[in-house]
Design a binder for this molecule. Sequence first.
Ligand SMILES: [Fe+2]
Ligand SMILES: [Fe+2]
Length: 171
Amino acid sequence: MKQSEWEIKWNDSLSVGVVEIDEEHQKFVGRVNDLNQAIVECRDKAEVERLLDLMLMEATHHFWHEQQLLVKWKYPHRAAHAAKHAQLTAQFDRVMKEFERADVSFTWALKGLHIKQLLVDHLLHEDMKYRDFLRKQEHSSPVSGKQSARKRVQASVRCVRGDERSNNKHT
Ligand SMILES: [Fe+2]
Ligand SMILES: [Fe+2]
């Protein structure tokens, strides 16, 4: 299979420094590449729709997860970030309706690419803002004998996982 020249390659500049979120973002980049590939190969509308649905379903879950962590980290712009997620979700609904109505392949391919670009732009611009916040926290916290912000973040992620495990045990 010929590799698409639109393929996004994951690299460290895309990392927000939190393993759990990086894993979800990496998965998203994989979905974007699958979608690009399907459009480049002119696969049928049903297949492109399937890939879009999958990407949007995972994005919705990811937004929720990210918002939980932004609250936990006391990110000062968490409300604005959540509002951007809500705005994106509303845009997806609108563009998906246009996608469903589009009957010319060129039109629905453009709709698919539009949704994908909205998500990529969010990752590159909005998510990077909280990455910068976490980095600043790390650099401003005293080093001697205290946990760095990064370690606290990782510890809080482990806490969330631990909570999930103990919840599961009790259910
Ligand atoms: Fe994100
Ligand atoms: Fe986000």
